[in-house]
Design a protein around this ligand. Structure first.
Ligand code: NAD
Ligand code: WQD
Length: 345
């Protein structure tokens, strides 16, 4: 019996100070695990651990400041840490940046993963949960809900870096069956912790829809640009599967439990199984925040597809996971985080 069966284990969270990692850290603490964050703070603020403590109503997690590409450090951390599992969030995530600088994405997302896997192998740490993405699918080749068996075919260097990382992990698990790997393909994470203490630190200007809408609601930006209203969707705007980041965090805890319970790995979509349009998201945010969210219709954004939402059947079957929160809760939590962050609270 592994240590995860007998008591809640120690889990190393690479990139644990980031948006998704910080929410998973809170969820793990609340489930009785001992998360330890390893982050180089390239895209996270230094006060995140203290804010995690506020959100979890517990102690601040231990933090190791390091780069996942440093093999010596990674081996030392894993050799000395006594970790039962690793959750690997660290990486870069901008599709547009990856087109301009693919070398950064292959260096960190693929090279960093390879270093991590080698360090784990050298220290007999064989449980890993990996942040993959719906971007590994060939969304154009898929008509409706995307299942895990849908055709793969990323459209950007970012997507390729994620798909190659998946292949590295699947090869490792095949070569050594004592490895158990959970590959989680996130659809569109949105929202923040219900306490408003942790949330996303978006790029400036934000790449993604929800943080952009939040900044229009707060008055930082004049209006939302809606990229296309002539898609073959109910209102003509793009449809995506937005999943509350707190649900996503529960999905990680469920994945960890399933690795132990089932004795083997899994590849699972994490989404709600439902799609929302850009205009539906805008309207929900305006309603929930009580703020004006002006918008203008702009041309389609290159590379976008009309719709992308998941088939959530396998997540239910394998993880016993189902998203609980809807878009109003995503908007409300994003709004309390945005107000606190921008000093409007
Ligand atoms: P994020 O940028 O908020 O978090 C990533 C964290 O990794 C940051 O804290 C950053 O400082 C850290 N980091 C980056 N490079 C590092 C390095 N070389 N060494 C150590 N730490 C490093 O991003 P996020 O939204 O929390 O995403 C987490 C993971 O989930 C990423 O792998 C991302 O590709 C994946 N993902 C995100 C989304 C999304 O929409 N947010 C969707 C699908 C998949
Ligand atoms: C959502 C919808 C836009 C901004 C990206 C990555 C994907 C994953 C999640 C990491 C689309 C529209 C957006 C705006 C708009 N990340 N939009 N105005 O493109 O589905 O996915 O983030 O793995 O890999 O590609 O998310 O939030 O950028 O866009 O109209 O200012 O909102 O056209 O229909 P996307 P998004």
């Amino acid at each position: 019996m592994s240590r995860l069966d007998t008591h809640r284990g120690r889990v190393l969270l690479t990139g644990g100070a980031g948006y998704i990692g910080s929410h998973c850290c809170v969820a793990l603490m609340q489930e009785g695990y001992q998360p330890v964050i390893l982050d180089n703070f390239a895209n996270a603020r230094r006060d995140v651990p203290d804010r995690i403590a506020l959100a979890a109503n517990g102690p601040a997690p231990q933090v190791i400041e390091a780069d996942i590409r440093d093999r010596t450090v990674m081996e030392t951390v894993l050799a000395e840490g006594g970790f039962d599992a690793v959750m690997h969030f660290a990486g870069l995530k901008s599709v547009a940046e990856s087109v301009a600088h693919p070398e950064r994405y292959f260096d960190i997302n693929l090279g960093g993963l390879t270093v991590l896997v080698a360090a784990m192998a050298a220290t007999d740490t064989r449980r890993l949960i990996f942040s993959s993405s719906a971007t590994v699918y060939d969304a154009r080749a898929t008509g409706g809900a995307i299942s895990e068996d849908a055709p793969l075919g990323p459209a950007s260097p970012y997507g390729h870096s994620k798909l190659l990382a998946e292949k590295v992990l699947l090869a490792q698990a095949e070569a050594d069956p004592s490895w158990r790997v959970g590959i989680l393909r996130y659809f569109n994470p949105a929202g923040a912790h219900g306490t408003g203490h942790i949330g996303e630190e978006p790029a400036d200007p934000p790449d993604n829809l929800m943080p952009y809408i939040a900044q229009v609601a707060s008055g930082r930006r004049a209006r939302l640009q809606v990229f296309g209203d002539d898609y073959d969707t109910p209102d003509g705007t793009g449809v995506r599967d937005y999943i509350h980041v707190a649900d996503l965090a529960r999905g990680h805890v469920a994945s960890l439990a399933a690795l132990e319970r089932d004795g083997r790995g899994h590849v699972v979509n994490l989404g709600t199984g439902r799609g929302q349009s850009v205009l539906e998201m805008r309207a929900a945010y305006a309603r929930v925040s009580g703020r004006e969210v002006s918008f203008e219709i702009r041309p389609r954004r290159p590379g976008d597809v009309a719709q992308c939402y998941c088939d959530a059947t396998r997540a239910r079957a394998v993880l016993g996971f189902e998203a609980r929160h809807g878009i109003d809760e995503m908007c409300a939590s994003s709004w309390s985080w945005t107000r606190r962050r921008e000093g409007l609270a």
